[in-house]
Design a protein around this ligand. Structure first.
Ligand code: FEO
Ligand code: CA
Ligand code: CA
Length: 658
């Protein structure tokens, strides 16, 4: 049986769709210029006993997607009604994706589809000022040169525009010790200048970039250029400001914090600020007293007597926990930065909680409150939501909206329902909101939040109250509790024990209200390897041998409602990961479930960070830690040192990307 649908896209880009009739033939139908008729064979996607109109109605009310899906075909429409997205030939025929899928590979370069090109915009060590020096492949820079240059391991980023100026704010998450200190035989920092260089390799880079004759590059000496490092003074704001747990010898009042490091994903606010998210801040602290016993609270955040090889306590006692046990409490926050004012003081927003922040997805809810979705990337940790106390005022002063509000943590129930649990002294049993904002993980455990498979980036659909979170993987699922002792049984949105592939969960807020207390959820995709496994580790039905991947991490929507998925996973191309090649970026269609590979990164990299030029004709993507195990020369080739880089991708015909 063939179902005939008509669709029409009006001048606002709204799709109007009507069922015409069911028939076995399309002969004799009238078509005009504005109304197109689609013939659709509703076979495997639709149960024979289900009425099409009822399904359509359900899909519309559940997803509400008709507003913006330009060119959405009937096949896609049907696919969107199923939670597991069976991918028939029909769905692919009606794809919204106009690029050819890129095959996996293990090459030491970037691969994009035919008709697209890429170029390097900035790499670790590129100077931002003419008084700096070009990157030196032998010495790999000094403390002084690094302070004037783009940091290492670029991660989340956002492009801001002012007139014809393009200002790119980029996180420099961490440094690859062996590469960064590759001038030392030990591969670790050996002296004070090495530590100075390492601290300057971290933080945030704000830089003006420009496109001259098709080539994007840094505008040296721009008045917007700025380096924010592990030594930049910041203000602590919100409920925890001034709390005893934040008082240190460097700041006896507990109102400041020196520096930011391990900034992973990012956020941007409608009032034009950049959010850098402090993730694995713990790995920089150590103890000069071997017998020092870190408190249970420090342990919950992974702070130990040994650091991860950064050696910062060598020159800076802030990083010696036996001398400054409160110092780690000044890290693990969302940092708000005004990218347009290089003299502004960054603000740590304690109201958004303290954990290993991945990114910060900011939405203005229909009622005017600002909502920020936040993931805590550690095995068995949680997913959070902040709702501002005050409302966003277009054109007004919104500078302190992130200073005060309510913090919630997600509880998922089997069967597709979920709840946001408020974190308050009453619900958690903790003394004050300040304490909740400092020991947020402990507060979330106290209310029984759902332990998750490492929440990485959160992305909100641009046109509806539907939100996605990449749950990258969790080898401990079903095997070990989280660091707070909470059990991690498989279930809900974390359905697989020993989950090495990851999944993306999505939820629809009740009544399409981002400030709601309840939601419904399903899985957009379960990654897997159908060429190796035939069980749940094969992945969901929208995964096949042609689009498989592991460990989704960075996710972001473009303005057309396409979800871009970046991976930070295993690139061995063997065993469970056979055929998956290097880390990559794919596009996912929320309406159809279709997933198609757009890009493959170079060897041993992670693909992370995404933003667009104002005209949406350039997509900026981050290539982080190429050659982290010593097997890449990206991007320079030859015998050059591998360098994390921001790349720009454009379409050869000058068209829009995303
Ligand atoms: Fe820095 Fe969770 O990735
Ligand atoms: Ca990440
Ligand atoms: Ca990751």
């Amino acid at each position: 049986m063939i179902t005939l649908l008509s669709y029409k896209i009006d001048s606002d880009g709204v799709l109007h769709m009507n069922k015409l009739k069911e028939t076995s033939s399309v002969n004799g139908l009238i078509k005009d210029d504005t109304t197109k008729v689609i013939e659709t064979e509703l076979v495997d996607a639709m149960p024979a006993s289900t009425d099409f109109d009822a399904l359509a109605e359900k899909a519309i009310s559940r997803r509400g997607f008709l507003g913006t899906c330009v060119g959405l075909g009937a096949g896609a429409f049907v696919m969107g009604m199923t939670s597991s997205f069976p991918m028939s030939a029909l769905a692919k025929a009606s794809s919204r994706m106009s690029f050819d899928a890129v095959a996996t590979n293990s090459l030491d370069t970037v691969t994009v589809p035919k008709g697209y090109s890429w170029q390097v915009v900035a790499s670790w060590g590129d100077p931002l000022w003419s008084k700096g020096v070009e990157f030196n492949h032998a010495s790999r820079g000094t403390g002084a040169s690094q302070e004037l240059a783009f940091g290492d391991n670029n991660d989340g980023m956002a492009l801001f525009t002012k007139g014809d100026k393009n200002i790119l704010a980029v996180n420099n998450e961490y440094v690859n010790r062996k590469i960064f200190h590759g001038n030392r035989a030990s591969g670790v920092p050996e002296n004070a200048d090495d530590v100075r260089k390492s601290k300057a390799g971290h933080g945030v880079t704000v830089m003006e970039v420009t496109n001259r004759k098709g080539q994007w590059s840094i505008v040296k000496d721009s008045s917007y250029n700025r380096r924010i490092t592990a030594d930049t003074t910041m203000e602590l704001t919100g409920p925890a400001r001034g709390h005893a747990l934040l008082k240190t010898s460097a700041d006896p009042k507990g109102v400041e914090s020196k520096g930011t490091w391990n900034n992973c994903g990012n956020g941007r606010t409608p009032w034009g600020t950049y959010l850098a998210c402090e993730e694995n801040f713990n790995g920089y602290f150590s103890s000069s007293d071997e017998k020092y016993a870190p408190s249970p609270e420090l342990k919950r955040y992974g702070v130990k007597n040994k650091d991860r090889g950064y050696g910062w306590s060598m020159t800076d006692e802030r990083f010696d926990i036996s001398k400054n046990p409160n110092e780690p409490n000044r890290a693990g926050y969302i940092v708000e930065i005004d990218p347009m004012d290089p003299k502004s003081t960054p603000k740590k927003r304690t109201a958004l909680g303290r954990f290993k922040h991945e990114n910060a997805e900011v939405i203005v809810a229909d009622n005017g409150h600002v909502v920020v979705y936040l993931g805590d990337d550690e095995r068995g940790e949680f997913l959070y939501k902040f709702v501002s106390k005050n409302k966003y005022k277009k054109g007004g002063d919104n500078t302190n909206l992130l200073e005060e509000g309510d913090l919630y943590v997600a509880k998922f129930y089997d069967g597709g329902k979920g709840q946001w649990l408020a974190l308050t002294p009453k619900t958690t049993g903790m003394a004050t909101q300040a304490e909740i904002c400092i020991h947020t993980r402990i507060a979330a455990s106290a209310v029984g939040a759902t332990t998750m498979d490492r929440p990485e980036w959160v992305a909100a659909h641009p046109n509806k109250a539907e939100v996605y979170c990449a749950l990258t993987n969790n080898k401990n699922r079903g095997k070990k509790p989280n660091a707070g002792g909470d059990a991690t049984p498989a279930g809900g949105p974390n359905p697989r024990n020993v989950n090495n592939y990851g999944q993306i969960v999505r939820w629809q807020e009740a009544n399409s209200d981002h400030t709601a207390d309840e939601f419904t959820w399903d899985l957009f995709v379960m990654a897997g390897n159908p060429t190796v496994h035939k069980d749940v580790y094969a992945g969901s039905e929208n995964i096949d041998a042609g689009n498989m991947f592991n460990s989704p991490d960075g996710i972001a929507f473009d303005k057309h409602g396409m979800l871009w998925i970046q991976t930070d996973g295993k690139y061995s191309n063997k065993g469970d990961f056979a055929g998956q090649g290097n880390n990559q970026m794919l596009a996912g269609d929320p309406e159809t479930g279709e997933i198609r590979r757009f890009m493959v990164g170079p060897k041993e990299c992670e693909v992370t960070g995404i933003t667009w030029s104002a005209d949406a004709k350039t997509m900026f993507i981050g290539i982080q830690h190429p050659g982290e195990k010593g097997n890449s020369h990206f991007p320079g080739g030859g015998n050059s040192v591998p360098r994390s880089s921001v790349i720009a991708i454009t379409k050869d015909d000058g068209g829009y990307i995303g």
